[in-house]
Write a protein that binds this ligand. Structure first.
Ligand code: PLP
Length: 228
């Protein structure tokens, strides 16, 4: 039986205490525990901007929206992942070209990536299956060579390391799920990180249509880490 909210690792007790302490579960801007989580997650990954969202799927949706997708644009996506790695791009009409995966890791096979690139390719999307990081250096080199964006779906790979750096520190945008079965969970939830203010701003505008968008759009840079 699935119950809501999922009571994993005492999360229910933590939420109850949070409410009993007089806090509201609904935070409309970048303040309180939302700001705390975003600041810490961004700092751990040494990235500038963090945006918490309702799910990993919404983080991916926001990331693809942030790319300002145009009709006919394509992404090259790993063929082995949870469906929303690819389906969240279809929401914006992006054409998804699947790249085969390595038989041993299940990760995108970088030796098969380059031949899938066309003039319409906008981004490469990877997953780190079961926490095993994909070959990020090669993906980045290919993305640089062809002027493509790199979107990391790190929903299997909270704090996985590739050559001494965490997953999610490589892509133009990195997305995580905090769903109840992931390595780091909030019951449900998601987050995206980026160093690019334009991507961050578009991601905020998509799902945070009131207070936070007004703050973000009116004062570019207001969420620089360290600024209040
Ligand atoms: C779980 C998962 C998602 C989606 O996350 P939700 O929070 O369930 O929406 C996306 N990609 C991968 C690789 C996942 O494992």
């Amino acid at each position: 039986m699935h119950r809501w909210p999922p009571d994993i690792l005492g999360l229910g007790d933590a939420v109850k205490k949070y409410i009993d302490d007089g806090n509201s579960l609904s935070i409309r801007d970048r303040s309180g525990v939302i700001k705390e989580l975003e600041d810490r997650f961004a700092a751990i990954h040494d990235r500038k901007y963090a945006l918490t969202v309702s799910s990993g799927t919404m983080a991916l949706c926001s990331a693809f929206f942030a790319m300002d997708p145009q009709p006919g644009d394509e992404i090259i996506c790993t063929a082995f992942s949870f469906h929303s790695t690819a389906s969240s791009a279809r929401i914006w009409g992006l054409n998804v070209i699947f790249c085969d995966v390595e038989p041993d890791t299940g990760n995108i096979d970088v030796s098969k990536l380059e031949r899938l690139i066309t003039l319409r390719t906008k981004a490469v999307v990877s997953n780190d299956m079961w926490g095993h990081p994909c070959d990020k250096d090669v993906i980045l080199a290919i993305c640089r060579k062809y002027d493509l964006l790199y979107i990391e779906d790190c929903s299997h790979a909270h704090f996985s390391e590739y050559k001494g750096k965490y997953s999610g520190t490589f892509g133009d945008i990195a997305c995580w799920s905090f769903q109840s079965l992931k390595f780091l969970s909030g019951g449900e939830g998601g987050i995206l990180l980026t160093d690019n203010f334009a991507f961050y701003e578009r991601a905020v505008l998509l799902g945070h249509y009131s207070w936070r968008s007004l703050q973000t759009a009116a004062t570019p840079g207001f969420t620089e880490l360290g600024a209040s």
